[in-house]
Ligand binder design. Structure first.
Ligand SMILES: NC(=O)c1ccc[n+]([C@@H]2O[C@H](COP(=O)([O-])OP(=O)(O)OC[C@H]3O[C@@H](n4cnc5c(N)ncnc54)[C@H](O)[C@@H]3O)[C@@H](O)[C@H]2O)c1
Ligand SMILES: NCCCC=O
Ligand code: NA
Length: 504
């Protein structure tokens, strides 16, 4: 077992390059979901702190040491942050696991991804210098024109708890690469590593106010950020209901938003797959990785009837082999869900499915060997119909529901039978069929013969009620840029639209 005595620093809000006590001095307990113990606390920002942070961010943009930097200069800061994350990887990964219940293996992988994301956007920041000004040829003797890519301004980044640091960095890295000043509001359920990012920014000498970190409750800290008149954009990842509130607040000021919301993604498995074990492992990974708390989790298995029984049998064998334990234990592959609230919610989904007539084929309870902690067994539910809650609603826990199909048309209809549109996966060795599914799936992300692999270079986001806008890739950077056209009249001749008074 890794050392659970890694000290959790008692941090304040990170504003204007300094640690600052919240104006109202309130704090929120940090709970370790594996033990249910309070292991520290985080500061709770309110509207007053949001005002101070927005002011610090505005000043950063007005100052040359941030507001006039080139992309190449900002890239140096991003690379320095990446190097520090790797230097502190083991401590950061342990803190992430203690705070969120994520397995240590996954927390360590997240820290690599965090560093990789900063490095990726450092490259894009450098490349931005040559793309900053793009001449546009109008074939005109009278006008010279060009287009500028400029930082959008002060941006609010509101993020969830499932990948506490990584989801924040998907926004922080491109925002800083673009030259924006950012205010990050991570989830109150898991903010520890985001506060440690503040310490890293301080250590590497990031200009003050370029990144500010306000921990606190959603309505108290996130709400005032979303409705602040001097915040130019909100980039949000989280649940649909909160996304809707943020969009409503932003709409009052015509403030742009991007929303990365939930999902109920399908994985369609055809009978032509060569290897049931390979398909079973991807299906498992698609729903049980990060204890199912993944926005893109493929939580609806749609399997061809002819192999359904054999495939479920194989799935059960793999599922029984998953090690469920304290996330710091070696080889743990399924930790607790993040909080008591989430634990109750997941168990309620399972009991509702049962009441509606579904069968709990496996799991559905707390594992017997774990008396404390918010643990739920990996759960597989069959005899599901399309009017059931378990088919329609996002559980955000380790719960897979299963339906069978006979024809390709039926599989497509079932796959798209959801209000969400984040991701979808198809498992088949028929290349043409995979192409047909790529076209038919109503989502922003498609996986073929796999589920969940995620790369910094590729756009991340959905359609329908999974939101709009894209994180990651060049699209992530563009979302923090203002596109400004410049038109210059270069002719010496008068414009001659009006009759000249000198000719009267
Ligand atoms: N599409 C994606 O990329 C993606 C990634 C991860 C998680 N998610 C989604 O996130 C959800 C789980 O995360 P969660 O429970 O943290 O979501 P949540 O909506 O409860 O909270 C997300 C963030 O919003 C803040 N918030 C809450 N109320 C607010 C308000 N009134 N005004 C402003 N901010 C407010 C929270 O404090 C938190 O920081 C799931 O639905 C999941 O699918 C989506
Ligand atoms: N693999 C990262 C997925 C992020 C969304 O929850
Ligand atoms: Na926690």
């Amino acid at each position: 077992m890794a050392n659970r005595n890694v000290p959790i620093s008692r941090r304040q809000l990170y504003i204007g390059g300094e640690w600052r006590e919240p104006v109202k001095k309130n704090r929120i307990p940090i709970i370790n979901p594996a033990t249910e113990e309070i292991i520290g606390d985080i500061p709770a920002a309110t509207a007053e702190d949001v005002d101070i942070a927005v002011e610090a961010a505005r000043k950063a943009i007005a100052r040359d040491d941030w507001g006039s930097t080139t992309g190449a200069q900002r890239a140096k800061y991003l690379r320095a942050i990446a190097a520090k994350v790797l230097e502190k990887k083991s401590v950061l990964a342990t803190l992430e696991s203690l705070d969120s219940g994520k397995t240590l293996f996954e927390s360590a992988a997240d820290m690599d991804d965090v560093a990789g994301c900063f490095e990726y956007y450092a490259d894009l920041a450098e490349a931005l210098d040559s793309r900053r000004k793009t001449p546009v040829n109008l074939n005109s003797d009278s006008f010279k024109t060009y287009v500028l890519r400029e930082p959008l301004g002060v941006v609010g980044l509101i993020t969830p708890w499932n990948y506490p640091l990584l989801m924040a960095i998907w926004k922080v890295a491109p925002a800083l690469a673009a030259g924006c000043a950012a205010i990050l509001k991570p989830s109150e359920l898991a903010s520890v590593t985001c506060l440690e990012l503040g310490e890293i920014c301080r250590e590497i000498g990031l200009p003050s106010g370029a990144l500010n970190i306000l921990t606190g409750l959603g309505p108290e800290a996130g709400g005032p950020l979303a409705s602040h008149p001097h915040v130019d954009k909100i980039s949000f990842t989280g649940s649909g209901p909160t996304g809707s509130k943020i969009m409503t607040a932003a709409a009052q000021l015509v403030k742009p938003v991007s929303l990365e919301l939930g999902g109920k993604s399908p994985i369609v498995v055809f009978d032509d797959i060569d290897n049931l074990d390979i398909a079973a492992e991807w299906t498992l990974f698609g729903i049980f990785a990060n204890t199912g708390q993944v926005c893109s989790a493929t939580s609806r298995l749609i399997v061809q009837e002819s192999i359904a029984s054999a495939f479920l049998d194989r799935l059960l064998k793999w599922t029984k082999n998953i090690k469920i334990s304290d996330p710091l234990e070696e080889d743990c592959k399924l930790g607790p869900v993040v909080s008591a609230g989430q634990y109750e919610k997941v168990l309620k989904f399972i009991s509702n499915a049962k009441s509606e007539g579904a069968t709990i084929l496996y799991g559905g309870k707390r594992p017997q060997h774990l008396k404390k902690g918010y643990y739920v067994q990996p759960t597989i539910i069959t005899d599901v119909n399309t009017s059931m809650e378990i088919w329609k609603e996002e559980v955000f826990g380790p719960v897979l529901c299963v339906k069978t199909f006979k024809t390709e048309e039926e599989a497509i209809e079932l796959a798209n039978d959801t209000k969400y549109g984040l991701a979808a996966a198809v498992m088949s060795k028929d290349v043409k069929r995979c192409e047909r599914f790529t076209k038919a799936f109503q989502t922003g992300i498609i996986w073929i013969n796999c589920s969940q692999p995620t790369f910094n270079q590729l756009p991340w986001g959905g359609k329908k009620r999974s939101g709009f806008g894209r994180d990651l890739g060049e699209w992530g950077l563009e979302s923090f840029l203002n596109i400004k056209q410049v038109t210059e009249y270069t002719s010496a001749e008068p414009w001659a639209f009006y009759k000249s008074p000198s000719r009267n």
